[in-house]
Design a protein around this ligand. Structure first.
Ligand SMILES: Cc1cc2nc3c(=O)[nH]c(=O)nc-3n(C[C@H](O)[C@H](O)[C@H](O)COP(=O)(O)OP(=O)(O)OC[C@H]3O[C@@H](n4cnc5c(N)ncnc54)[C@H](O)[C@@H]3O)c2cc1C
Length: 495
């Protein structure tokens, strides 16, 4: 039996459904677990392998668990989904409502433990470019989110209360003449694409958002159709809806069970089953990898025994969000974003030319202003971008930068210090699944007959979730797709 000696130093990460999530340091490595840890059994609930050291330790833990004879059960479903963030959950939902297939969803933790729990909730098109590959997926997703909100209404539920759904419209704001030219061009592009956007002068903008101060060159692009939601509430509703299929034997959740390896069929080359830390879950039709920023290293671990040359280069791109609870100093009527955000989001590891403004290198830590109010009257300020591995610790210097940046746009914030607000603030940290080429990976894994990936949505996973889910389900069922899947194909990750 493997003996593991671990020095455990728990550090609080986040709270979800009254469970505290902690991070544990163990000899230079990091594990994540729930608050209730049995120190005698050292029963870690899950670990994420960020590098070779992590992987080795994880394998030791796995070996130790196995030798402790954790009862392993086997069950069978048509579809097994790995990862229960917004992508995995909406893929599950689409299978449940769009077919008669049964679905199992596996997560190392719980849905909002990943990037999804930190999301600001913008369901936006204003920051996308009409005519580009992603435009169609964003537009389809936008439409599907609208349908989902409407269907809640038809079922007698208020979308505002249930998923925090608000058609507040989006404001992309700029302070300089150059930004103003850019915003005007954006409005024209959107209007040419048949989307009713408006260019707002300084005066018009002030009428919409009196608390905003941009200086005399300040202007904005406004898209009244853009929406926002509360990511955590949306997840809760989708989970609840999915669970309605459990009584029919069509749905099961395997939370706190990391996928550890795949059982591959020697005859078909497909995946027969997903092995988790506790169960063997057989799949009759498809396995979908939707583990956000963990998808790359997990794929590597799961398929390393095969001769596959696949490398999904998804990286964790850390983001902080600052929430000031019950904020009274001013009210926001719309969701806002500074126009520079778009460049930070699309920055590639090797900066490429962009017609949208200055070049940014994704390696550089960036903070750009996003601001909105949620349905509870909290001011939600974002956000940062950093490529610093799988670390999810709160960095106070980043929080300060978010606050300072927001104060450059909202003078009322300059009258307050962040220290005064310590008791009424919440910080959310999430790891966006970043793809260096700026596009998610959606589709079948070459050489694996029934294995699919849906990952790498960076800062747009909430926006793109429903279109992604529809795309995956159409592929598995052999239905004609609504959006061209080619730009997202997995084969671009084959060496
Ligand atoms: C600060 C911030 C603000 C954002 N704002 C917005 C926004 O306004 N609009 C928008 O569209 N997007 C936004 N995003 C981006 C969005 O949140 C992400 O793109 C999206 O949540 C990604 O979803 P996912 O399901 O792919 O990944 P995740 O939510 O990270 O889910 C992945 C899941 O995989 C699980 N997992 C990991 N390893 C394993 C394993 N071995 N076995 C099983 N499961 C495993 C994890 O536990 C996790 O639950 C924001 C992100 C951040 C960080």
């Amino acid at each position: 039996m493997a003996t593991i000696s671990l020095k455990i130093t728990p550090k609080f990460v986040s709270t979800h459904r009254n469970q505290n999530f902690y991070r544990y340091s163990a000899s230079n490595s990091v594990f994540y677990g729930k608050s209730v840890v049995d120190s005698k059994k050292k029963s870690f609930l899950y670990s994420f392998s960020a590098d070779e050291t992590h992987r080795n330790l994880f394998q030791q833990l796995h070996a130790a668990n196995t030798s402790r004879k954790i009862k392993s059960q086997s069950q069978s479903f048509d579809v097994v989904i790995i990862g229960a963030g917004i992508i995995g959950l909406t893929v599950a939902r689409q299978f449940l409502i769009g077919s008669d297939l049964s679905v199992a969803i596996v997560d190392a933790a719980v849905p909002c433990a990943g990037a999804t729990g930190a999301g600001q909730g913008y369901i936006w098109r204003i920051n996308k470019h009409p005519g580009t590959e992603k435009w169609d997926l964003a537009s389809r997703s936008h439409e599907l989110w609208g349908n989902l909100a409407e269907s809640l209404q038809h079922r007698g539920m208020d979308p505002l209360q249930t998923i925090g759904w608000m058609k507040t419209g989006s404001l992309l704001v700029g302070k300089t003449e150059d930004e103003s030219i850019l915003l005007e061009r954006k409005v024209k592009q959107l209007c040419d694409a048949g989307v009713g956007a408006e260019f707002l002068s300084n005066q018009e903008l002030l009428l919409k958002e009196p608390s905003l101060e941009l200086g005399k060159e300040g202007t904005a692009a406004f898209l009244p159709d853009d929406c926002q939601l509360d990511a955590q509430r949306a997840v809760a509703v989708i989970e609840k809806d999915n669970r309605r299929f459990a009584s029919k034997g069509r749905y099961a959740e395997f939370y706190h069970e990391p996928a550890t390896y795949l059982l591959r069929s020697s005859s078909t080359g497909g995946v027969d089953a997903v092995q988790t830390s506790k169960n063997t879950i057989f799949s009759k039709k498809a396995v979908v990898m939707a583990a956000g920023c963990w998808s790359g290293s997990l794929m590597h671990d799961l398929i390393k025994s095969s001769s596959s040359e696949l490398d999904i280069p998804v990286k964790p791109r850390k983001g902080h969000l600052l929430v000031i609870e019950n904020f009274k100093s001013f009210k926001l009527n719309h969701a806002l974003m500074e126009v520079g955000y778009v460049n930070h989001q699309s920055a590639s590891l090797q900066s490429t030319a962009s017609d949208a403004g200055p070049l940014y290198d994704a390696q550089t830590t960036s903070v750009s202003m996003t601001a909105t109010m949620d349905t509870s009257g909290n001011l939600v300020l974002g956000s940062s971008r950093e490529l610093v591995g799988f670390n999810t610790e709160i960095d106070e210097s980043i929080i300060n930068r978010i606050w300072q940046r927001a104060a450059e746009f909202f003078p009322a914030l300059r009258e307050k210090s962040l220290d005064e607000l310590k008791k009424s603030r919440e910080v959310r940290v999430g790891l966006r699944p970043y793809m260096p080429d700026g596009k998610p990976v959606i589709g079948p894994v070459p050489g694996w007959s029934n294995f699919y990936v849906a990952a790498g949505h960076e800062g747009e996973g909430l926006t793109l979730a429903l279109g992604t889910a529809e795309m995956i389900v159409d592929m598995v069922l052999g239905n004609p797709g609504k959006v061209d899947p080619e730009p997202y194909a997995v084969n671009r990750c084959c060496k």
